[in-house]
Write a protein that binds this ligand. Structure first.
Ligand code: GLA
Length: 336
């Protein structure tokens, strides 16, 4: 007999370092966090009907899906995008609950996508599910996002951050030492990728790549010789950010939090000056966190343009945000 009930749980993620590198085949170092999205549903029928505990309105998507990007309310587009990717024909009826704050750069949408894929019976590998959900996100929003968020969510390991090589999609867990408390602090500025300059940044990186080759491996000389100052800055960010991810992983393994903190500050500076995705609110927050005793470093996390800052601090320090634990990846349970 096929199961009639499902509960799928997918964590949010915070990126410790390595932003705007994933879509250029670079390195990123996120971790899945204990804030999560849960779908509890009865399986069956030919419609997906989901009620959100946090957002008003019910999502109703008839299967097979016709136009994922037109579903209302808008969060249903992620659901419809996933159902399209899976070619789902069997629906579900239930509820979505989430402790991942939306519009914060903690991947609430990717958590919803992965929970949805698992609930609808996706049995692929972590990489396959992540890639399907990435395509669902792109279809739902029109934003050409990378795969970091979805892959961090499907591959999370409790107590570990993940070095992701986005060229090979190889994930290497790195233990987060007990001496490091990871905090996420909201800048107060809502983040929106639709309509942001995300696509433009990606296009600029791709233009630079045509001139100097793969940005993570391009030589400093080749990048410095780029004639267009904007392309030069974008390429320099990607190249130097990948090097910072490697140095950060080495420092994290030996619990050298001072070096981790310095690399986070350098990352923020590069995202601000070279990649131009920071905002005055994010800069101010990073400044004030970095001058708080016991905080080793802070930087914007995710795409930028608002949202959250991530900080690494000594365990006793209290900051005005979420203290997040490195957590296991997404999981699903079916029952009769
Ligand atoms: C968003 C995208 C990711 C990644 C980050 C920036 O979160 O979804 O793929 O590009 O921005 O690192």
């Amino acid at each position: 007999m096929s199961p009639t009930r499902v509960q799928a749980i997918a964590p949010g993620r915070v990126n410790l370092i390595g932003d705007h590198t994933d879509y250029m085949g670079g390195l990123a170092l996120p971790m899945a966090i204990h804030l999560a999205t849960t779908i509890t549903a009865e399986l069956g029928g030919s419609t997906i009907e989901l009620r959100s505990h946090e957002i008003p309105g019910v999502v109703e998507v008839a299967l097979p899906v016709r136009a994922a990007s037109e579903v209302e309310p808008a969060w249903g587009r992620y659901v419809a995008g996933v159902a399209t990717e899976l070619g789902a024909t069997i629906g579900m009826r239930g509820e979505v609950r989430s402790t991942v704050p939306a519009g914060s750069g903690l991947s609430s949408s990717a958590a919803l996508e992965v929970a949805c894929a698992l609930a609808l019976g996706d049995t692929g590998t972590a990489v396959e599910i992540a890639e399907r959900c990435q395509r669902a996100e792109q279809a739902a929003t029109g934003v050409p996002c990378g795969v970091m968020d979805q892959l961090a969510i499907t591959s999370g390991v409790a107590g570990h951050a993940l070095v992701i090589d986005c060229a090979t999609l190889r994930v290497t867990p790195v233990p987060v030492p007990d001496t490091a408390a990871v905090w996420v602090v909201h800048s107060g500025q809502q983040r929106q990728l639709v309509g942001s300059a995300y696509s433009e940044r990606r296009a600029q990186c791709e233009q630079a790549q045509l001139l100097v080759g793969a940005l993570p491996d391009a030589s400093d000389r080749a990048i410095a010789d780029l004639e267009d100052p904007v392309l030069r800055r974008r390429a320099r960010h990607v190249r130097t950010e990948c090097a910072r991810v490697e140095a950060f992983a080495d420092a994290l393994i030996v619990a050298d939090l001072v070096t981790c903190g310095e690399l986070m500050r350098a990352s923020h500076e590069s995202l601000r000056a070279d990649f131009e995705v920071s905002t005055p609110a994010l800069d101010e927050l990073v400044e004030s966190l970095c001058s708080t005793p016991g905080v080793h470093g802070a930087r914007l996390t995710g795409a930028g343009f608002g949202g959250c800052v991530v900080a690494i601090a000594d365990p006793g320090v209290e900051l005005p945000g979420w203290k997040v634990r490195p957590s296991a990846g997404a999981s699903v349970e079916f029952s009769d």
